[in-house]
Design a protein around this ligand. Sequence first.
Ligand SMILES: [Zn+2]
Length: 255
Amino acid sequence: MSDFSARAIILRRIDHGDYDLIVTLMTKEYGKLSLIAKNAKKSIKRFSGVLELFSALDIIGKKGRGKLPILMEASLVQPYTGIRCDILKTAYASYFAEVVNIWVEEGKPQKSLYSLLEYVFHLLDQNALSGEELSIIFQMRFLALSGLSPNLVECGKCRTTLEQFDDNRIYIDFSKGGILCQNCITSIQEKRLLSAGTVKQLLWVNNSDLKKAERIRFTPHAIMEGLDFLEKFVFFQMGKEPRSLKFLRNIRMTI
Ligand SMILES: [Zn+2]
């Protein structure tokens, strides 16, 4: 048996029996980990309300004989209460957390992905950027870190570069992984369209460092097109629709 410590963000928490919780964390040091928090439901004192969704914690875990390591101690680093008090922010944070939870394997360190999650939660909490803008940044950077980026630079069939396209409407074919030029379109009905301006803004988000990316001001049109495209592309890449996406779309429509 051995103890370990980590900085972590809570992605998910589920009940386990009458007294325990299982928390799934994205840790800075070890990637995604699920731990069992014994008596977390029974005793209020045990973790004194720190095991809330999206919170950043310092934890101490213990690898035992059971399947899951045991959460021994957890202290709050950032509660991100600004997220949990706002339903739209909660909907975005739930989506980011679920995408990471679906895609990331347990126990595989991914420091950059941890930093991305911490970065978007921090800015969401602080109102520094809107949920929509952060969602575009999160999804573009998440896809890049996971090796799933859409090809927005050149036609997926003939390799003509975006600058050489003569139409402002850019066709997207998910099965080809990105954009297609007009000559390579076979069935227009099945293709999605993005304007060249949106494609350029998405590329800019990907090619700048995060500090610069947060200075971008998307046009309302780019936000609408970009979100629609990215949410569908992430869904396509994951092979399943994140449950939180339905919730997010409902909330977005009613606010
Ligand atoms: Zn082409």
